[in-house]
Design a protein around this ligand. Sequence first.
Ligand SMILES: O=C(O)CCC(=O)C(=O)O
Ligand SMILES: [Fe+2]
Length: 295
Amino acid sequence: MSIQHLPATASGEEVAAALSEDGVVVVDNLISAAAMDSVADELRPWIDATAVGPDDFSGRRTRRTGGLVGRSQKCRELVMNPLVLGACGKFLSHATSYQLHLTQVIAIGPGEPAQPIHRDQWAFDFFTFPRGFEVQCNTLWAMTDFTEENGATRVIPGSNRFDDKLKFAEKDTEAAEMTKGSVLFYSGSIYHGGGANRSNATRAGINITYNLSWLRQEENQYLAVPLEIARTLPVELLRLMGYRRGAYALGYVDDLRDPIEIVRPDLGQTGLGDPEVHKRIKEQSAQFRHGITQS
Ligand SMILES: O=C(O)CCC(=O)C(=O)O
Ligand SMILES: [Fe+2]
């Protein structure tokens, strides 16, 4: 099976359908190479200041630079890209809401061996989620071209339906080759890993991932993005960062206040999350009441 490619004109539904089917899909040239170069210019000082990884999984010749919402205006636009949010909204629609899971430049330097093949959802303490129950929707934006030689992500299309905790080698996988400005979408359930970089240049991508709001975020957005910066961000982005209740009782502050009120006191009682989430929370509240009166 080979990796499907969709054009930038694809809809969120089409991306989500491909993800449900294969666990992986590339959207070609979602932004132009020139636009991606300007994102890279903004990130350069942060990447240059990042140390290489401490172990084989993070990569001893790989730099992982996070905190991108706080550090980069242009990355905020990638986080909020309408096609990405459309795809995540559909793919994770079984939950009350989803949230930003992590933001990270992954810059794989020359000579880095292949990363072990894994499922990203193993981050949740290796819990085995039911087959077909998706907890993550991931993007990896190509900052450089991704080629077999320079360490394009290795994936096993269709492995979203495999058993859990399997072991694979590089030969079982295929390279997700794509041009700068393209985006690799992949589920938390797909077996994959960063490729070996056998070239003499760095392969860089921006990993922006989203997960169900009832799970913990990999990157702590509340602490990674200083409150003074958070207060300047669009409300939709704040909600995505986790400043809202993730379900009826998740993430409230003191007297059942919605967390967005702490960042934006001006929103007061109107800040109860976006209307769709608020509707679902009200439904949950009714379910709780119903459950209690039945018992
Ligand atoms: O950089 C890549 O191509 C993928 C990295 C990855 O899968 C990870 O760090 O979890
Ligand atoms: Fe991964």
